[in-house]
Design a protein around this ligand. Structure first.
Ligand SMILES: *Cc1c(COP(=O)(O)O)cnc(C)c1O
Length: 406
C-alpha cells in the first residue's frame, strides 16, 4: 500500500537509506576499532607529594586496615575517553555526587594484595598479575571497565615504593594494598556506568598471629549461603561481603571465631569466612590427601589457594600426598574425624596466608579437625606458611615475587 503511494524515484530511497546507514555503521565500527580508547599509560602518572607526612603507627599497635599511608593512587575512566592519566596524591577524601551509581547499585569491586620488604630493603609484590587478572574479571562482570594489568602493576609498584617507609622487613609485617574500582556515573538509572574511578590505598599491617598460630573454632552456617552456581561468589565484588557479617556475628555470639559456608543439601564445604578452606585427611585407603573445593563458580579464586595447590603439587605430592580440587561435604569430614582420619584443616587468604582450624560446630556436634589440645597448627599448615613467606619476603628467589624497581 505504502509503496503504491510513492513516486517511482522514491523506490530507491530505502536502499539509499540502508547504504547511508551501513556507511555510518561501518565508520562507527571502524572508529571503535581504530580509535582505541586510552588504556592505562604508567608513563603519564603525575605525582603530588604530601607536605604533612604521617607519624608511623608503632609496629605493635597496628590494626588491620585502620591506618593508611601518606598517598593514594587514582585513575579516572570515562566511556568516551578510556583511562585518564594516573595520579598519585596525598591520601584524601573522595568527593562524589550522592547519585553516583556505586551508592545505589553496588558498582564496586576490589582486590587485596600485599607489598613486602626483603632483607636488602627491596619492596616486593606477590603474584600481582593474579590480582590484576581477577580484578578485571570482577569489574567486567559488573559492567565496569577493564584495564591493562601489567600497566597497573607498574603504577602500584611505583606507589608502593613511595610508601616504602611504612613497610617493615620484620617477618609478618607488610603493606596491605587495596585496589578498588567504583562506578561514579551520576544517575539513578540502572545501566552500565559511563564513568569509573580506580584507586589504590595502602595500610601497614602486622602479623595475623603476633604470638604464633592460634587455631580457630568455626560454626558451620546452615541457614544462609554465601554463593551459588551461576552467581557472583567467585568475584571480589563489595556486594558479596556485607551480607556475610550477620552470620559471622551469629557465630561469634555462640563463641565461634568464624563461620564456615556450606552449600546445598549435601552440605558441601565451600569457604571459611572470607578465606578458602583446605583439609588434610587420610582417605579410606590410607592415603594422605590435601583437599580444597573446586572453582565451580561458588569459590573465590584465591591467589593463596592457587599458591598452596601449586606448592603442594611440587613439594607434597612427591611424598605421596594426593592433591585434590574436589567437592567434599560436612558428613565426609565428620566421618573422617570420627575415624581419626582428619589430620588438619586451615583457611587460606592474603591476610593470614593460612589460618588453622581447631574444630567445626555442625548440627550440635563439634567436629575435631585433628589438632591435639596443646597444638595450634598442623604440619601442613606450618609448612605452607614457611614456604609462602620465604617467597614473599624474598628469602627464596621465585618467579612469584615481583621486585619493585627502585
Ligand atoms: C579474597 C578472598 C579469598 C582469598 O583470596 P586471596 O587472593 O588468597 O587473598 C578467599 N575467599 C574469599 C571469599 C575472598 O574474598
Amino acid at each position: 500500500m505504502l509503496r503504491q503511494l510513492r513516486p517511482r524515484s522514491a523506490f530507491k530511497q530505502p536502499s539509499r537509506l540502508i547504504a547511508a546507514w551501513e556507511r555510518s555503521y561501518s565508520i562507527q565500527a571502524e572508529s571503535a576499532s581504530t580509535v582505541k580508547l586510552q588504556d592505562i599509560d604508567p608513563a603519564k602518572v603525575s605525582v603530588t607529594k604530601t607536605t604533612t607526612p604521617k607519624e608511623l603507627v608503632p609496629q605493635n599497635e597496628l590494626v588491620f586496615g585502620r591506618s593508611f599511608t601518606d598517598h593514594m593512587l587514582s585513575l579516572e575512566w570515562t566511556a568516551s575517553e578510556g583511562w585518564l592519566p594516573a595520579r598519585i596524591t596525598p591520601y584524601q577524601n573522595l568527593s562524589l555526587d550522592p547519585a553516583s551509581c556505586v551508592f545505589h547499585y553496588a558498582f564496586e569491586c576490589f582486590e587485596g594484595m600485599k607489598a613486602y620488604k626483603d632483607k636488602q630493603g627491596k619492596v616486593r609484590l606477590f603474584r600481582p598479575t593474579k590480582n590484576m587478572a581477577r580484578m578485571n574479571k570482577s569489574s567486567a562482570r559488573i559492567a565496569l571497565p577493564t584495564f591493562d594489568g601489567a600497566a597497573m602493576i607498574q603504577l602500584i609498584a611505583q606507589f608502593a615504593a613511595m610508601e616504602e617507609r611504612f613497610i617493615s622487613s620484620t617477618r609478618g609485617y607488610s603493606l596491605y594494598l587495596r585496589p578498588t574500582m567504583i562506578g561514579t556515573q551520576r544517575t539513578l538509572g540502572v545501566g552500565p556506568p559511563g564513568s569509573a574511578l580506580l584507586y589504590v590505598i595502602a595500610s601497614p599491617v602486622g602479623p595475623y598471629y603476633p604470638t604464633g598460630f592460634k587455631a580457630v573454632s568455626l560454626e558451620a552456617t546452615d541457614y544462609a549461603v554465601r554463593a551459588w552456581p551461576g552467581g557472583v561468589g567467585d568475584k571480589k565484588l563489595g556486594a558479596n561481603y556485607a551480607p556475610c557479617i550477620l552470620p559471622q556475628l551469629e557465630a561469634a555470639k555462640r563463641g565461634f571465631h568464624q563461620n564456615l559456608w556450606l552449600f546445598g543439601e549435601e552440605e558441601f564445604v565451600t569457604e571459611v569466612g572470607t578465606m578458602n578452606m583446605f583439609v588434610a585427611l587420610k582417605n579410606k585407603q590410607g592415603q594422605k590427601e590435601l583437599v580444597t573445593a573446586p572453582l565451580d563458580g561458588t569459590i573465590l579464586e584465591g591467589v593463596t589457594r592457587d599458591s598452596i595447590l601449586s606448592l603442594a603439587r611440587e613439594r607434597l605430592a612427591p611424598e605421596g600426598w594426593i592433591i585434590s580440587e574436589r567437592k567434599y561435604t560436612m558428613p565426609e569430614l565428620a566421618e573422617a574425624a570420627k575415624e581419626g582420619r582428619l589430620l588438619e584443616a586451615f583457611g587460606a587468604g592474603t591476610a593470614a596466608v593460612v589460618s588453622p582450624v581447631r574444630n567445626i560446630s555442625w548440627k550440635g556436634n563439634l567436629v575435631e579437625c585433628g589438632l591435639r589440645p596443646d597444638q595450634e597448627a598442623g604440619e601442613i599448615t606450618r609448612k605452607m606458611l614457611g614456604w609462602i613467606e620465604a617467597i614473599q619476603y624474598g628469602d627464596e628467589e621465585h618467579e612469584w615475587s615481583y621486585v619493585v624497581p627502585q
